[in-house]
Ligand binder design. Structure first.
Ligand SMILES: [Zn+2]
Length: 381
């Protein structure tokens, strides 16, 4: 089975390469913003129309010719992806890109044979620890010390500039062995504020306390940044610190979530979770930093569950988000509207008398609902 996998390396570019990377990021952002405004004027403009438009920009912006032309086309593809997400109601309408927020560019792998010799625009050499990128040539990299060779086809590379550091993510298409699964054990997962995950086995994972630590740090830095004069040396210093804090949060999250998902998937063949409302989550997220961090942590867990289940041939079932998992009694099925109040941590059933922890009750219901939809699907086919 073919899967896409990303490998992220820290890059150590020299002065000249740093200048070119920053220039390319700026050019890709410019093309993205110009095309977005054209799209706003004419919604019928297709991806191919936009790509054909790029050379017409060279007169007005001659510096666009100096950078990797593929990165400019990728900027159009990114815009198209953003628009598609919007049309599918998975995200908001794309916004203009600003310098200092997600500074990155992407470039695609191109292979050519010229006069009998192979030419590749992206080359990864893990023995020498270098990556060759269009226009930049060889850049030193670090990461994945134990891997000497990646057995797969490179699809693209994303070059990022975060907190004065440079990274490259390489997306590779890899062949992974097919795993036979006998779909016998089922687990329900409830995601919440108190514990990130509560399973139908009564186990809680990922106490969000570790997130609190980063929340506090980020909040402090945000406050500090708001007091600095925009553009001053101190402002810049705080901005870098803030980006660094976000990066550390991301790393901690990646590690924790990877562990949680691996544990859950290892012992279960059918994993049932709620189908979380992403556009709503984004709207909610603007309210507080806490919610923002929690929401992106939850979507990261779902994303990991999705691809891991796909890789390992396990079944992921997402039950309807309007299913009242926290209001229904997992023992007798009675519906208790009072449970809408998230502060009530214990489910006390007025009908059958059971007393059960709120999140555990919800995860059991999610599991039952998942089993029902699993068999429905099985009978229908
Ligand atoms: Zn009951």
């Amino acid at each position: 089975m073919l899967v896409n996998r990303a490998y992220k390396f820290r890059m150590y570019p020299n002065e000249e390469q740093i200048e070119l990377i920053n220039k390319t990021i700026g050019c890709a952002r410019l093309v993205y913003n110009i095309m977005l405004s054209k799209k706003k004027d004419n919604s019928k403009l297709s991806k191919f129309d936009m790509i054909k438009e790029i050379p017409n920009l060279y007169n007005e912006y001659p510096f666009l010719k100096e950078v990797d032309s593929c990165s400019l086309r990728c900027a159009v593809f990114d815009l198209e992806n953003g628009l598609n997400k919007y049309y599918k109601r998975q995200g908001g309408y794309p916004r203009y890109k600003k310098k200092g927020i997600k500074d990155s560019y992407r470039t695609s792998y191109i292979k050519n044979t010229y006069k009998g010799s192979l030419y590749e625009n992206i080359k990864l050499d893990l023995k020498e620890r270098t990556i060759t990128l269009p226009k930049l040539k060889e850049v030193k990299i670090r990461g994945y010390r134990n891997i000497e060779y990646i057995n797969g086809r490179i699809i693209n590379a994303t070059i990022e500039h975060i907190a004065n550091k440079y990274y490259v993510s390489i997306c590779v298409e890899e062949e992974i062995p097919y795993v036979k699964s006998n779909t016998s054990s089922v687990i329900g997962i409830d995601m919440g504020i108190k514990s990130l995950i509560t399973t139908s086995e009564g186990i809680s994972y990922g106490n969000p306390n570790y997130l609190k630590k980063y929340e506090k740090k980020i909040k402090g830095l945000q406050k500090g940044l708001s007091r600095k004069i925009k553009g001053s040396k101190n402002y810049y210093k705080y901005k870098i610190k803030l980006q660094e804090a976000y990066r550390k949060l991301q790393n901690a999250r990646r590690k924790t979530n990877e562990e949680i998902v691996s544990k859950i998937i290892k012992d279960n063949d059918i994993i049932v979770t709620e189908d979380l409302d992403i556009p709503n989550m984004i709207k909610e997220a603007n309210k507080t930093l806490r919610k923002n961090i929690l929401n992106s942590t939850m979507s990261d867990i779902i994303r990991r569950l999705k691809y891991k289940c796909y890789w390992l041939n396990k079944k992921l079932i997402q039950v309807n988000r309007y299913y009242a998992s926290s209001q229904i009694c997992s023992c007798c099925g009675h519906k208790n509207n009072k449970m809408k109040d998230i502060k009530i941590r214990e489910y006390k059933c007025p009908k059958c008398g059971i007393e059960i922890e709120r999140d555990l009750n919800a995860s059991l219901n999610i599991m039952y609902e998942g089993i029902i939809s699993y068999y429905k699907e099985k009978y229908q086919n």
